[in-house]
Design a protein around this ligand. Structure first.
Ligand code: PEP
Ligand code: MG
Length: 580
């Protein structure tokens, strides 16, 4: 029977292969008592299993796969090796075998329960997160004990393997070494789950959070994973398989072609230099940024420091995150946006009052200025980090001049404090404002004496210009980037920057859509900031652009009011961009 499953798209690409189900060992453990004479044998089984996994972890670090893998993956492998050595795991399980005369698997699951109770009582969110690591490691030990860690059987055809599991740990990947793995499908997990990280570092497509994948699929089922869309198609019709084979081949050709562009100078056909920057949400995204050799970070969304927690990140914790990004970028510009909390990014909903209309309420810069002590902590952390590279501070959702004035006062106060405390900071950190409210786009003059750069946030600018809630599916079809009002606000802001020598970048999602690259270049945009995965596709477009030819075409397009004619002009521009 053919069916499709939907989950989270965490690693793009297409995989066509046969399902290999990874058993959920914790569910398959048998419980029995053992005689005194078997006690030491059971302990020896536990230690042998631990040693086998440790050897494999070490081997994984040394394989070709691991050398391509990220530093992040290596850190996971080290952490798992460390946990294996912890007396609270294997040795504590042995102690249970000795005292209760039970089999090794049972002792291990009992010890896991005890450890998990301790984890649940921990306040620290980082340590609490390690709970999942312990579960995965115990899973892996159990599979080793039960002999379930065997690689998949040879297939009846030469299709590669799609690994289907409840969840995967980096150690799980060891069992697949030397196997032909095409992709991953898991029941649980989010964008930063281990499966997602492993998949991205190995550049394999993955869909996570599919809920029932493990129970709905059968061993050897034919599966297509469409990583970009977060869809898995099980036992598809041959015509669908053929369609995906073609798409996969096209994708591979364009990936190889794109990868070659990484080190090419980022200039248009007529020699105008363009900056391609990246949007990141955590320092963990840096791996991807380096992979495409981006010119810097155009938007670091710091509010993601609040993800999965109810308390506020301390000054030191913030400082470390900002410092890591600056250091890693080695002097390339790093634009860090101050907390854009509230609205759709209410990460700790229980701690704030109910707002009648969050998108128009106390969010972003408004929220920070209403809580000056909280804001000051972030500004202090930013300034302290500024000595590690080229920092630029970006303020979200600015509509009023006094919002920048108040921030400048707080920055001055933070500097005074740091000076008094003998802490170093860079004097010349540039301050910029996001243009994402129509009021800001219509009166850019308010920024001239106050800010050193602007960044257009099209995601919100479209929302506020068209009065379309970007979260509401019911009006999603009206969220139209090509509405003449939206285009004129963007073009007006860019032109203002050009005339007044105020650098303007664009960091909304549209910056990463290659079909808009020529349009924005024609408006005069010279800095684009986007998800790292989009950089090379946008680069490909701009390398073919002749600005002298483009500019007048875009100026004509901007004068059009009739939606159909505007779209036609846009498509013509695009067709020229793809065939150039
Ligand atoms: C934007 O609004 O375009 C933007 C980049 O900010 P965010 O998506 O984080 O609101
Ligand atoms: Mg925004």
């Amino acid at each position: 029977m053919s069916f499709a499953l939907h989950g989270l798209a965490v690693s793009s690409g297409i995989a066509i292969g046969r399902a290999h189900l990874i058993s959920h060992a914790l569910l398959e453990v048998s419980h029995y008592e053992i005689p005194d004479s078997r006690v030491e044998d059971e302990c020896a089984r536990l230690r042998t299993a631990a040693a086998a996994i440790k050897a494999e972890l070490a081997a994984l670090k040394g394989t070709t796969a691991a050398s391509q893998a990220s530093a992040e993956l290596n850190a996971f492998l080290d952490l798992q090796a460390m946990m294996l050595d912890d007396p609270l795991l294997v040795e504590a399980a042995c102690e249970r075998v000795r005292q209760q005369h039970i089999n090794a698997e049972w002792a291990l699951t009992q010890q896991l329960d005890t450890l998990l109770e301790q984890f649940d009582a921990i306040e620290d969110p980082y340590l609490r997160e390690r709970r999942a690591d312990v579960i995965q490691l115990v899973e892996r030990l159990l599979k080793e004990l039960l002999g379930l860690a065997r690689p998949p059987k040879p297939r009846r055809d030469d299709l590669p393997t799609v690994v289907v599991a409840h969840d995967l740990s980096p150690a799980d990947t060891i069992g697949f070494r030397g196997q032909h793995i095409a992709g991953f499908l898991t029941d649980v997990g989010g964008p930063t789950s281990h499966t997602a990280i492993v998949a991205r570092s190995l550049q394999l497509p993955a869909v996570v959070g599919v809920r029932l994948a493990r129970s709905l699929l059968e061993e050897d089922d034919l599966v297509i994973i469409d990583g970009a869309r977060g869809v898995a198609i099980v036992n598809p019709h041959p015509s669908i398989v053929e369609e995906y084979r073609l798409r996969k081949a096209e994708l591979e050709i364009s990936r190889t072609r794109l990868a070659r562009l990484k080190d090419a100078p980022t200039v248009t056909l007529d020699g105008t230099p363009i900056e391609l920057l990246c949007n990141i949400e955590t320092p963990r995204d840096l791996d991807l940024v380096h992979r495409v050799n981006a010119d810097g970070i155009g938007l670091y969304r710091t509010e993601f420091l609040f993800l999965d927690r109810l308390d506020r990140p301390s000054e030191d914790e913030q400082y470390e995150a900002y410092r890591d990004v600056l250091k890693s970028m080695k002097g390339k510009p790093v634009t860090i946006r101050t907390f854009d909390l509230g609205g759709d990014k209410d990460f700790a909903p229980n701690t704030t009052r109910v707002q009648p209309n969050p998108a128009l309420g106390l969010r972003a810069i408004r929220y920070c200025l209403a809580e000056p002590t909280f804001f000051l902590t972030q500004l202090r952390a930013l300034l302290r980090a500024s000595v590690h590279g080229t920092l630029k501070i970006l303020l979200p959702m600015v509509a009023h001049a006094h919002e920048i004035d108040q921030t400048l006062q707080l920055i001055a106060r933070a500097k005074e404090q740091l000076q008094r405390e003998g802490k170093k900071f860079a004097e010349d950190v540039a301050l910029g404002a996001m243009v994402e409210i129509p009021a800001a786009a219509l009166t850019p003059g308010i920024f001239l004496k106050r800010a050193q750069f602007l960044s257009i946030g099209t995601n919100d600018l479209i929302q506020y210009t068209l009065a379309i809630d970007r979260q509401d599916d019911a009006v999603a079809d009206l969220y139209d980037p090509l509405h003449p009002a939206v285009l004129r606000l963007i073009a007006g802001t860019i032109q203002f920057g050009v005339k007044n020598g105020l650098p303007v970048s664009l960091c909304g999602e549209l910056a990463g859509h290659p079909e808009y690259t020529w349009l924005f270049l024609g408006m005069g945009l010279r800095q684009f900031s986007m998800h790292p995965e989009r950089v090379l596709s946008v680069k490909q477009r701009l390398l073919r652009a002749d600005l002298a030819d483009l500019a007048p075409k875009v100026q004509r397009l901007l004068k059009l009011d009739e939606p159909a004619r505007l779209r036609e002009a846009f498509e013509k521009l695009n067709a020229a961009a793809t065939s150039a």
